[in-house]
Design a protein around this ligand. Structure first.
Ligand SMILES: NC(=O)c1ccc[n+]([C@@H]2O[C@H](COP(=O)([O-])OP(=O)(O)OC[C@H]3O[C@@H](n4cnc5c(N)ncnc54)[C@H](OP(=O)(O)O)[C@@H]3O)[C@@H](O)[C@H]2O)c1
Length: 381
């Protein structure tokens, strides 16, 4: 192992990549930051001492350039179509350069028979990385990020409504990790391969919280009443289509509905919270309140004003008049690989065993992958 490795950070302008690169630079490591464009996020990394590489992660020539003279790497596939392409391009370039250690951002839900094609591709990428003979790997399997709740920061701050389709307000829980804490785990594993090679970690926040508790925390931080409102999947898909959060693609939308169903089935609570942030990242995990305070201080939509409330109402109207997208039609149109017998996580004995050996018999919730199966049948009819 190199004493002073150069570390490639992919998706370095993204949520976990940016924090991973900054924390490595803070510790004095040499970082090459792979970004898609040279914007103010790249400038921030450059000012912190990072070497900026601008390229396309789908493009093998770019990845080969980026990987030159690199000894370790953080692999973070963007949430975008054709994830298998990201992973394979990365693996080929890493193998050619005999990279000694890779930390890869996987998923809490990762399984070979999951209804989500993105999730299956993440699992396949994990498996391909594990086959590389010259490279050790650490898998970081994260669940529902704290950041996801801030998709609805505007209605929470301006209208007092946390509108998400997470089931009733009390039952289904999640211990949401911050981007900073996920990055701390990445960094811990990148700088100490001898300890972390071959391991899988599942970073979480410090406590399991219900949607009502998430809303109450937002209320405390924002200084106003915030009520959790369970919305239908159709309304959620309309909202995502209308407002197009950063990184939105219609392909990602089809997967988001499956992640919401996993949330409703309680998958993100299985085996949580974990001590990965503490033991690998070397720090206490941030509470959701701490995360919310930081985000609210940075986001203009968190400031209560007449103009912001008007904007929130306008967005609400936009959602109402937006047509509900048809995720099954999108999956068919995009040619997503659909499998005949998909299983949500808790219906897989292997998944349950790896997350929580004491979790007991299969969970019976909403139909497993029913839409995917019907889409497959229609596509092949
Ligand atoms: N969100 C969750 O709850 C969750 C849970 C579990 C696992 N994950 C995993 O997290 C990963 C995403 O990580 P993240 O949230 O840290 O990333 P992210 O914030 O989505 O950032 C992805 C970055 O990649 C860049 N990018 C997109 N397409 C590119 C391309 N073709 N070439 C080069 N760069 C490209 C984007 O650039 P621009 O910013 O310039 O567009 C963005 O900065 C996914 O693999 C997902 O499976 C997410």
């Amino acid at each position: 192992m190199h004493d002073n490795p150069r570390i490639l950070v992919t998706s370095a302008a993204g949520k976990t990549g940016l924090q991973t690169a900054l924390q490595l630079l803070e510790k004095g490591y040499s970082v090459r930051a792979f970004v898609r464009r040279d914007d103010r996020r790249a400038e921030r990394l450059r000012r912190a001492g990072g070497e900026i590489f601008v390229g396309d992660q789908y493009n093998l020539a770019d990845m080969r350039h980026a990987m030159r003279d690199v000894q370790r790497a953080y692999h973070c596939a963007p949430t975008a179509p054709n994830g298998l392409h990201f992973g394979t391009v990365f693996a080929i370039a890493a193998h050619e350069n005999a990279v000694e250690h890779v930390v890869t951002l996987s998923q809490w839900l990762a399984a070979p028979d999951h209804p989500s094609v993105f999730t299956r591709e993440v699992w396949l990428n994990d498996a391909v990385l594990d086959l590389m003979p010259q490279t050790t790997v650490t898998h970081v399997n994260v669940g529902w990020f704290a950041d996801n709740y801030f998709m609805v920061l505007e209605p929470a701050a301006q209208l007092g409504l946390l509108t998400m389709p997470l089931g009733d307000g009390e039952t289904r829980k999640n211990a949401p990790p911050s981007n900073e804490d996920i990055a701390a785990v990445n960094v811990g594993a990148l700088i100490d391969p001898a300890t972390h090679a071959g391991k899988t970690y599942r970073p979480t926040g410090p406590e399991l919280m219900s949607p009502n508790e998430i809303a109450a925390t937002m209320a405390k931080v924002l200084g106003r009443r915030v009520r959790y409102q369970d919305i239908s999947e159709a309304m959620f898909l309309k909202a995502v289509t209308a407002l197009q959060p950063p990184g939105f693609t219609d392909a990602a939308l089809t997967q988001l509905r499956l992640y919401v169903r996993e949330y409703q089935r309680g998958a993100f609570a299985v085996g949580g919270p974990t001590d990965a942030v503490e033991t690998v990242g070397g720090r206490a995990p941030e509470s959701f309140e701490t995360i919310t305070r930081r985000v609210a201080a940075q986001r203009p939509e968190a400031v209560r004003s007449a103009a912001n409330k008007t904007a929130a109402l306008r967005n609400f109207m936009k959602i109402l008049v937006t047509r509900k997208p048809d995720p099954d039609a999108i999956e068919r149109r995009r040619g997503h690989v659909l499998i005949a017998d998909p299983a949500f996580c808790q219906d897989s004995a292997e998944w349950r065993e790896s997350h929580d050996p004491s979790s007991g018999p299969a969970h019976h919730g909403p139909a497993a992958g029913a839409d995917n199966v019907s889409a497959l049948k229609q596509a092949t009819a």
